[in-house]
Design a protein around this ligand. Structure first.
Ligand code: KMH
Ligand code: ZN
Length: 275
C-alpha cells in the first residue's frame, strides 16, 4: 500500500481577498490554515504570499518570514511557488529560492493562463533547476500540458537529477490554456512521464477538482487540493477553509486504502534536506 501525499495550496495568486474573505492572505491566516491542513492530513504546503493590501508579492523578507513561521508552527514540507503571478518578472521568481524553502515549484514550459500567459522559457527552467540544486531545494515539476511532460524529459536529460535524487511532479489540469481535467488526459500524461519520475500528484482546477482527485488515486498518484485551485466544495456551496478540502481528500484516500502520509513520510518521499 502506498500512502497518499496530500498537498495543500491555500492561497494562489489569482483570487481576490475582497471577493473571497476566507482566502488566507496574512501570515497569521496562512499559519492557521496550514496548522488545520496538517491536522486534517496534509504533508506539504504550496505557498503564495500577499502584501498588506492582499496583492500577490514575492518580497524576499516576507517569504523568509513565511518559511520561518510555517516551520515553527507546523512540520509540513514548505514549498514556495516560483510561479508567482503572471505579472512577476523571471528574476524575482528565481530569487524566491533565496528564502530557503524545502521545495519549490518549477513549471516545465510556457502556457496560456486564461487571458494571460504564464511564462516559463527554457533557459529560465534550467536556471531554476540549477539554482535549486545548488541551494539543496527539491523542485516539484508542475505540468500544465502534455508538452510540458516532454519538456521534463529534456530537463532531466540536460541537467540530471535534482537535489535529493527524487523526481516528483504535479499535474495541474483544467487551466484554460492547458490540458483538460479529464481522466483521459491524466492517463495520457502519466503514461508519458519519464522513467526517472519517482512520484506524482494531480490537481484539477474548479469543476475538475473531484474527478482528477479520484482518477489520481486510482492511478496510484498523490493529491493536491486547496483554494488556489478550487473554491466550490459542492454545487452551490463555496469552500470555507482549506482544511475542509484536505479532510475530504483524506477521506477519499482512506476509502481507497491509501491513507494520508505524515509530514515525516512526505519528507522522506521527496528527499527534502533535513531541517
Ligand atoms: N499563479 C500561476 C500563474 C506555481 O505556483 O508555480 C502560476 C502558479 C504555478 O501558481
Ligand atoms: Zn501556485
Amino acid at each position: 500500500m502506498t500512502k497518499t501525499l496530500i498537498t495543500v495550496a491555500p492561497t494562489g495568486a489569482e483570487l481576490s481577498k475582497a471577493e473571497f474573505p476566507q482566502l488566507p492572505t496574512t501570515l497569521d491566516e496562512l499559519v492557521a490554515e496550514a496548522k488545520a491542513a496538517q491536522a486534517a492530513g496534509a504533508g506539504l504546503i504550496h505557498v503564495h504570499i500577499r502584501d498588506d493590501d492582499a496583492r500577490p508579492t514575492l518580497d524576499l523578507g516576507r517569504l523568509r518570514a513565511t518559511v520561518a513561521a510555517l516551520r515553527e508552527s507546523t512540520s509540513l514540507v514548505v514549498q514556495l511557488s516560483t510561479g508567482g503571478s503572471v505579472k512577476d518578472p523571471l528574476e524575482a521568481r528565481l530569487a524566491v529560492l533565496d528564502a530557503a524553502p524545502d521545495s519549490c515549484s518549477l513549471t516545465c514550459g510556457t502556457v496560456n493562463f486564461g487571458d494571460d500567459v504564464f511564462l516559463n522559457p527554457w533557459p529560465f527552467m534550467v536556471d531554476l533547476f540549477e539554482k535549486a540544486r545548488d541551494l539543496q531545494v527539491v523542485p516539484e515539476f508542475e505540468l500544465f500540458d502534455l508538452g510540458q511532460v516532454h519538456a521534463l524529459r529534456r530537463l532531466v536529460d540536460t541537467c540530471g537529477l535534482p537535489f535529493g535524487g527524487r523526481v516528483h511532479c504535479d499535474f495541474v489540469m483544467g487551466v484554460p490554456g492547458g490540458m483538460p481535467g479529464t481522466v483521459e488526459a491524466l492517463v495520457a500524461a502519466v503514461q508519458a512521464l519519464p522513467a526517472e519520475v519517482t512520484s506524482w500528484s494531480a490537481t484539477g482546477i474548479g469543476r475538475a477538482h473531484l474527478p482528477v482527485a479520484a482518477a489520481a488515486l486510482a492511478l496510484g498518484g498523490h493529491l493536491r487540493v486547496g483554494m488556489e485551485d478550487n473554491l466550490v466544495y459542492a454545487k452551490g456551496r463555496v469552500v470555507q477553509s482549506n482544511a475542509e478540502l484536505v479532510e475530504r481528500a483524506a477521506r477519499l484516500a482512506t476509502e481507497m486504502q491509501r491513507p494520508p502520509m505524515s509530514t515525516a513520510e512526505a519528507r522522506e518521499l521527496l528527499a527534502v534536506r533535513a531541517a
